[in-house]
Write a protein that binds this ligand. Structure first.
Ligand code: DP6
Length: 361
């Protein structure tokens, strides 16, 4: 499918004011997107669990302008307060999506957004934020073009969210989303994420994610910078191959409910991601000593109990603990007794696999 598929053909914008609202969850990648080409095209395909309670809720009020604006006319409020620091990111998002939503300059927008998780938690909120905002714009497009079907709505919302932040395209639906073309996955696309198309053993449908907040501050190197450092990276080719081959491997693992193999793929992906950071030029480290303490203890716990707790990492020091719901009772005790001591203020966000974005209009 071509990008042109997502250009709204000439349609008359609404001449009345209104309001729409959407909430979207964050997601956690099992197979990591790391490295990109022009226009937010991923260098390799990725796969994620959609989360459930780590959410952004966004309200979009639109008021038709008397005259088309030269730039974009909008106010942005975060957690009830005007927030200018987000404007450069929103401007760049609006610029990227405007060829597909030609009505953007016909309105004044008031965008109000809030997160269910603390802003300074070190949890990336760009995935949930851009997925929620893209969904709001799609609901407005649907009002202008009411014939649109549900599949197109979600596909284009994912396409638009990707232009805000790559990983955001995987937050539209659940429980698992795949983004990026892969020869074993019919229907996979670089332009938007699709629901994981094959059989998933029930054990993965209610997987738990306890997010350990090891470091709440801003990270020293942003994801966008990190993606950029994959260009000309000496191990880039091998890394992209690894991600592709893990996607081939995980298909049977998900079908069979093979938890041992799942743990191996997921942890190897997380450590390979961080290995890419450590071997970039300039090289950098986002894990903290406590990240490593936690990893060591997870490995010991697995050896001692035979249970299937595993970890994954985003581009930061925090640790996502993934485990099956049927092991939650024992594992939660272990988390409280042994792992919370390594978190800032003993903070943890308890989440689980979820089903994606929904309207709160
Ligand atoms: C390590 O989606 O945050 O979390 O497209 O530049 O906004 P941009 O990057 P972003 O990168 C996420 C990287 C990751 C892995 C992943 O989520 O797949």
């Amino acid at each position: 499918m071509e990008e042109s598929h997502f250009v709204l053909p000439h349609a008359t914008p609404l001449d009345i004011a209104g309001k729409v609202g959407w909430q979207a969850p964050s997601n956690i990648a099992l197979i990591k997107y790391w490295g990109k080409k022009k226009n937010q095209i991923p260098a390799n395909p990725s796969l994620s669990f959609t989360l459930s309670s780590s959410l952004t809720a966004t309200q979009l009020e639109y008021t038709p302008l008397e005259q088309k604006a030269a730039g974009y006319s909008y106010d942005f409020l975060f957690e009830g307060k005007e927030n200018k620091s987000f404007r450069p990111k929103i401007d760049s998002f609006l610029n990227r999506i405007s060829p597909y939503l030609p009505f953007l300059k016909e309105y004044h927008f008031r965008i109000e957004s809030s997160n269910s998780f603390p802003h300074s938690s070190g949890i990336a909120s760009s995935a949930s934020a851009f997925a929620a905002l893209a969904s709001c714009f799609m609901e407005l497009e649907k009002k202008i073009d009411p014939g649109m079907d549900e599949e197109f709505f979600y596909q284009k919302a994912s396409f638009l969210a990707r232009l805000g932040s790559g990983s955001a395209c995987r937050s539209m639906r659940g429980p698992m989303m795949m983004w990026g073309e892969h020869e074993d996955y019919e229907g996979s696309s670089d332009l938007y994420a699709v629901e994981y198309p094959y059989e998933i053993d029930p054990v993965f449908r209610d997987f738990q994610d306890a997010i350990l907040l090891v470091h709440k501050g801003e990270k020293s190197v942003s994801s966008t910078t990190g993606h950029g450092l994959m260009e000309g990276h000496r191990y880039a080719g091998n890394r992209f191959e690894q991600a592709n081959s893990n996607l081939s491997l995980i298909r049977n693992v998900l079908k069979e409910g093979d938890l041992d193999k799942f743990v191996e793929i997921v942890e190897s992906e997380a450590l390979s991601l961080h290995a890419m950071m450590m071997t970039s030029i300039p090289y950098y480290l986002l894990m903290k000593p406590n990240t490593l303490e936690i990893i060591e203890r997870i490995w010991r716990y697995r050896r001692d109990t035979g249970l299937h707790l595993c970890f994954t990492l985003d581009a930061g020091a925090n640790v996502h603990l993934l485990f099956p719901a049927q092991e939650a009772e024992k594992t939660n005790i272990f988390i409280n007794d042994e792992l919370l001591q390594f978190c800032e203020d003993r903070s943890v966000l308890k989440d689980r696999v979820g089903s994606g974005a929904r309207s709160i209009s």
